[in-house]
Design a protein around this ligand. Structure first.
Ligand SMILES: [Zn+2]
Ligand SMILES: [Zn+2]
Ligand SMILES: [Zn+2]
Length: 134
């Protein structure tokens, strides 16, 4: 039983690594379906959530409220710039944000504060492409 799930998890992990940027469980599931792997959406969800919990994947909510995942290339705390057109993702360190978050939490007497800061926009090449079309 556990054996059977292992290859499915591995396949989901690979598909996430192959994806260019942040993807939803649905779109990853659609990719896997094209390959006739027979992996169900529930398994995709479970695997992604498990990876996120173990720090193997980044997870975030898009401005539209969708849960998105990405196989993370950085370990440890970091932030993202995400293109909402093509999904290109840049991992960024944000020293200013770290200081601000720590100071703000301390000011209000909070300890063990965490924060999630991701910037959504359109990348330079998507911006250039839409300028050409106009
Ligand atoms: Zn990341
Ligand atoms: Zn883009
Ligand atoms: Zn931070």
């Amino acid at each position: 039983m556990a054996q059977r799930n292992t290859w499915q998890r591995e396949r989901v992990r690979e598909a996430l690594t192959d994806a260019r940027g942040f993807v939803s469980a649905q779109s990853l599931h659609a990719t896997l379906r094209e390959e006739n792997t027979g992996i169900g959406l529930a398994t995709v969800y479970r695997t992604l959530a498990g990876m996120a919990a173990q720090g193997e994947a980044d997870s975030l909510q898009s401005p539209e409220g969708e849960n998105l995942f990405r196989a993370c290339t950085s370990t440890g705390h970091h932030h993202h710039l995400i293109c909402r057109s093509c999904g290109l993702t840049v991992e960024i360190a944000a020293t200013d944000v770290e200081q601000w978050a720590r100071a703000t939490a301390a000011q209000h007497g909070f300890i063990e504060a965490e924060h999630v800061v991701d910037i959504f926009g359109r990348c330079a090449s998507c911006a250039a492409a839409s300028r050409e079309k106009a």
